[in-house]
Design a protein around this ligand. Structure first.
Ligand SMILES: [Zn+2]
Length: 278
């Protein structure tokens, strides 16, 4: 699933390649993924110029004059820039061909993502676009704002980090990385965090996300490649800081990766891996 650093990179590359270009061809192969909030179909985009590509929550929004094409890739959706003579992918959902000869292809092997064609700015029909969390890379994401958000929470800190109504936005991979950076066990309850813990967690969010944005950009891979090999605990075996075995814990049905030594348990009832001798 693309997370914020991936989406920002994809957005920048697509802007660079496509803004100012007009649509000269379209193909919709998986209608089940498309929702039309305007009368018509994808051919409405023919002749229209792409004015901008913006990110909003988990969506990339392609702004075509008076129409917005909003895509939420969910688990497996991927964008790709292609030449017209390249073979169409088996999991192609739609493609748009631009007057530069480049095609924007959107594929999804699970067909779980959603794409919406909407009147410009009228995003009510797109589920999840109104999530409303604060952009963790914006200047508005201050320590004060974060501490006041956190104070009202009664849930586990990992669930809070991933709540799109609070924060825009953190997924499974970066939630683990942030908690590792902050030295917090993923099952820690928000209410047990001190003010200093909260400030440290805020700073860890900014540091981890900004470093990831920079790293993904630096690698300059094609936009359908997910760059994750620089992560420290997510899907790792050994902690890069202390050499302990990285453990997995279930948090509401999601796997959390953490180092039991660097992120010790803070409440009873959790398995204390530092004492099992393994
Ligand atoms: Zn460690």
């Amino acid at each position: 699933m693309p997370e914020l650093p991936d989406l920002l990179y994809i957005q920048a590359r697509l802007k660079e390649a496509l803004v100012g270009r007009r649509v000269v061809g379209e193909r919709l192969r998986e209608p089940v993924v498309m929702r039309f909030a305007v009368r018509g179909n994808l051919s409405l985009l023919l002749g229209r110029r792409l004015d901008d590509v913006i990110r909003h929550a988990h969506f990339l929004v392609f702004r075509f004059e008076d129409l917005d094409l909003a895509v939420n890739p969910m688990l497996a959706g991927r964008f790709r820039l292609a030449q017209p003579d390249e073979k169409e992918e088996r999991d192609l959902v739609f493609l748009l061909e631009f007057d530069s000869g480049v095609q924007l292809r959107y594929r999804d092997e699970k067909n779980m993502g959603k794409a919406y064609l909407l009147a410009k700015g009228d995003w009510r029909a797109a589920a999840g676009m109104q999530a409303g969390g604060i952009d963790v890379l914006s200047p508005e994401f201050t320590r004060e704002r974060f501490v006041s958000l956190l104070k009202r929470r009664r849930d586990q800190v990992r669930l809070f980090l991933m709540d799109k109504r609070a924060l825009d936005s953190i997924g499974n991979a970066y939630a683990d990385e942030i908690l590792f950076e902050a030295g917090l066990h993923p099952k820690t309850f928000c209410r047990t965090l001190s003010h200093d813990d909260a400030v440290a967690l805020h700073d860890a969010i900014v540091k981890v996300m900004q470093e990831a944005v920079d790293e993904v950009a630096r690698r300059a891979e094609p936009i359908d490649v997910k760059v994750r090999d620089f992560l420290k605990v997510r899907l790792r075996d050994v902690c890069p800081r202390c050499g302990s075995k990285v453990r997995k814990a279930g948090v509401r049905g999601m796997d959390a990766y953490f180092c039991p030594h660097c992120q010790p348990a803070t409440r009873s009832g959790l398995v204390d891996w530092t004492k099992t001798g393994r």
